[in-house]
Design a protein around this ligand. Structure first.
Ligand SMILES: NC(=O)c1ccc[n+]([C@@H]2O[C@H](COP(=O)([O-])OP(=O)(O)OC[C@H]3O[C@@H](n4cnc5c(N)ncnc54)[C@H](O)[C@@H]3O)[C@@H](O)[C@H]2O)c1
Ligand SMILES: [Zn+2]
Length: 367
């Protein structure tokens, strides 16, 4: 079938496949059947997603002979807490889940991170399958095994590495995604072009309009290539000791802006879009890349309808927020800097250099 892809994530005995196929939501039962699980499956989802897709999943799971236990949480980042994990665990215990019972994470990154974490700690680890339904989740959060929840003092502070048994992507689910969520997801897609693949970046430039219209061919292609790039980086460095950090391009400044806005004004992808453009400009300031790289990235970010300008913040507030990022090591801020479109380098950033860039920026704003 056209637009049907399989991407392997190679992690020795923790390897798994990402299946990308339109209409595959209905196939989840048979996919589970092939994975050698016992007969109980918990389907964790949020209210928005449950309304649209839960019935289909439950039907497919039951048709394959499993007992289905739906667990429905409120939607949104505010649900990504230990309290929600605790609620999931209560349900698993009440329904007598055992070691080979599995969880399905049906939803966006919030549900994926929560469900993966519950699966990581229940009985010291049970299997789970990711069924991502947002663009962010299909190209990023469902792949790689990072799971966890937020703490009132910071995002993603509590978590575990726990790889899924499989990832099942049905691109058709993206048709119901609100436009703002769709566009925000494109930021992570652009990131893959910047960090690893100039040809993919050029493909995005050429097909921006088609992607904004969510045409199924380019959409499936973009999901596949993004998953391939993420899978390769994760396979090289599962636990983020080094290489995996390149995935944080745009996230150093992006996370700082999210924190400064109290996680309310910007969606994650929007903050990452600004972060990528600003970090590229910083890289240009540091002599790591040319102005051309910055302009090309800014052009694509804008064409996709994403923001690129730094909101009003003071240097001190920004630098302070950068310190809180988990990527801080030895008092310096580690950044990921583009050398060219398709190639990045990891290097520390000193406060003074950052300040000189920040102050000089005013003169160039509006570009
Ligand atoms: N684990 C990782 O490696 C990783 C990577 C990136 C992001 N994340 C995490 O992912 C989260 C963000 O994920 P997200 O952007 O998917 O947000 P989300 O899960 O909050 O979903 C966004 C909104 O879209 C709704 N929704 C989901 N699928 C839908 C569909 N098909 N149709 C209509 N509405 C739908 C949800 O109910 C929610 O309201 C953050 O918590 C972030 O930390 C994790
Ligand atoms: Zn991200």
């Amino acid at each position: 079938m056209l637009g049907k892809y399989e991407v392997r994530v190679s992690l020795a005995e923790r390897s798994y496949d990402i299946l990308i196929a339109r209409g595959s939501l209905q196939e989840i039962g048979s996919v589970l059947g092939r994975l050698g699980l016992s007969n109980t499956v918990g389907i964790v989802t949020d209210r928005h997603v449950a309304e649209r897709y839960l019935t289909r999943i439950v039907r497919s799971v039951k048709a394959a002979g499993f007992r289905a236990v739906p667990i429905i949480l409120p939607a949104g980042e505010r649900s990504k807490t230990l309290r929600s994990v605790s609620k999931i665990l209560d349900e698993l215990i009440a329904a007598k889940f055992e070691r080979r019972s599995a969880l399905i994470a049906l939803g966006g990154g919030v549900i994926g991170d929560l469900t993966g974490f519950a699966a990581a700690i229940y009985l010291r680890g049970i299997p789970f399958v990711q069924v991502p339904t947002t663009l962010v989740a299909q190209v990023d959060s469902s792949v790689g095994g990072k799971t966890g929840v937020d703490h009132p003092l910071g995002k993603n502070l509590i978590g575990a590495f726990h790889q899924p048994l499989a990832v099942l992507i049905d691109p058709d689910t993206l048709t119901t995604l609100p436009k703002r969520e769709w566009v925000a997801g494109l930021a992570e897609v652009i990131k893959y072009g910047m960090i690893a693949d100039e040809a993919f970046f050029a493909y995005l430039e050429k097909h921006t309009e088609a992607l904004l219209r969510r045409e199924s061919g380019p959409v499936a292609q973009v999901i596949k290539r993004s998953c391939e790039i993420k899978a390769k980086v994760v396979a090289e460095d599962e636990r983020e000791s080094d290489r995996r950090r390149i995935l944080n391009y745009g996230h150093t400044i992006g996370h700082a802006l999210e924190a400064l806005g109290g996680y309310r004004s910007l969606l994650h992808g929007e903050a990452v879009a600004i972060g990528m453009v600003q970090e590229a400009d910083l890289a240009r300031h540091l002599g790591i890349c040319s102005q051309e790289v910055v302009d090309r990235l800014r052009g694509l970010v804008r064409a996709a309808g994403l923001p690129d300008a730094m909101p009003k913040v003071s240097f001190n507030a920004l630098w302070q927020a950068l310190q809180h990022d988990k990527k801080v090591a030895h008092g310096e801020v580690y950044g990921v800097w583009p050398e060219q479109v398709g190639r990045v380098r990891i290097a520390p950033l000193a406060r003074d250099a950052c300040r000189r860039w920040f102050v000089g920026r005013g003169a160039r704003s509006g570009r």
